[in-house]
Design a protein around this ligand. Structure first.
Ligand SMILES: Cc1cc2nc3c(=O)[nH]c(=O)nc-3n(C[C@H](O)[C@H](O)[C@H](O)COP(=O)(O)OP(=O)(O)OC[C@H]3O[C@@H](n4cnc5c(N)ncnc54)[C@H](O)[C@@H]3O)c2cc1C
Length: 304
């Protein structure tokens, strides 16, 4: 155990979840790069999460991660505690009035399938997003004209003091790929609203989503999805293409030939390669079109 893991274990004698020192984040994050988490905590349930947050000293940084599909972990790793919710937070329950109560660790794809089986429309877009509901709630994940904010009734979570919190859709302060909900809150689940729909119609929508992904995005690559947000009135990929960046490489990182707004680890990339490539793309786009691209991918941790 590391000094921090020992210190936390001593402060939380009744903890039921797992504290792991030096967990490799490259095994979790989609890019397959980056250093370790100083400590990874997997709570056994919401009470355990609350107990831990209440007792963890305020000077210890805490950062939640989901399935790591929107993360670029830097090579020096994450100081402090990374929290990852496990199976006990992955439940999906169908409620009346075309609603789903979902845990934050449920994969978006599983939510789409549960909605299909229940004849609930409005969730087919999740079929193509490789994250978890926790990540979707934070990022306002969306595709094909629907965003998470279109479905949220209420979101549940635990804040840094260990208090349970509930947020309405308005409280979440949703905008394009972002939420203004307090950064210290770890979402544990949400109540989502769909609408009655036939199984055939939902299945057709899901097939269209899958077809789009397979033909237009490098979904089998080590990537973090869309790298930059679309600036108002522009498509990030068009700006990147026009600046001549398609296929451009730094070390083992490359701008995807298939979709210019995706960076990929073509083998042996470091976190620094991917970040430098992204920064060089931003510089060239700014020089070519005058538009400043904003990272959508969350870059976390410290440089090596
Ligand atoms: C091939 C590919 C295609 C993609 N396509 C899309 C797309 O079409 N649309 C789209 O919106 N995104 C897309 N993405 C990006 C990504 O899948 C989404 O942003 C997704 O919502 C991230 O979820 P995650 O569980 O992987 O979160 P992570 O990547 O692990 O984390 C993302 C952010 O969410 C926060 N977070 C995670 N869990 C919690 C929690 N429980 N409580 C509080 N905060 C939390 C993290 O702190 C971090 O800030 C794509 C990614 C890939 C690799």
């Amino acid at each position: 155990m590391s000094a921090l893991a020992d210190r936390l274990a001593a402060l939380t004698p009744e903890l039921r979840g797992r504290l792991v020192a030096g967990q490799r984040l490259a095994d979790i994050a989609w890019f397959r790069v980056g250093g370790p988490a100083e400590v990874l905590f997997s709570p056994s349930d919401e009470g355990d999460l609350s107990y831990f947050l209440e007792r963890a000293p305020q000077d210890v940084p805490i950062y939640p991660i989901g399935l790591g599909s929107n993360l670029l972990v830097r090579d020096g790793g994450m100081p402090g505690v990374v929290i990852r919710l496990g199976k006990t937070f992955a439940g999906i329950a169908v409620e009346g009035d075309a609603r789903l109560r979902v845990g934050a660790a449920a994969a978006d794809k599983r939510v789409a399938i549960a909605a299909l089986e229940a004849g609930i429309g409005g969730f087919a877009f999740y079929h193509g997003i490789p994250g978890s509901i926790g990540g979707a709630l934070r990022m306002n994940a969306g595709a094909h004209g629907t965003e998470t904010s279109d479905r949220v009734v209420e979101v549940y979570g635990v804040d840094r003091s260990g208090a349970r919190r509930t947020f309405s859709n308005a409280d979440m302060g949703y905008a394009y790929r972002s939420s203004k909900a307090p950064q210290d809150v770890i979402f544990t689940g949400a109540l989502l609203q769909g609408y009655p729909e036939t199984e055939d119609a939902i299945r057709a929508e899901m097939d269209a989503v899958a077809e789009h992904r397979e033909t237009k995005q490098p979904i089998k690559s080590r990537t973090g999805g869309s790298t930059f947000k679309n600036p108002p009135g522009h498509s990030a990929w068009k700006l990147i293409d026009a600046a001549g960046c398609r296929g451009f490489r730094v070390g083992g990182a490359q701008v995807s030939e298939m979709h210019c707004n995706f960076l990929i680890n073509v083998g042996g990339a470091t976190g620094a390669d991917i970040e430098s490539l992204g920064e060089e793309v931003r510089r060239r786009v700014k020089e070519h079109s005058g538009v400043e691209l904003e990272w959508e991918i969350k870059r976390i941790g410290v440089a090596a």
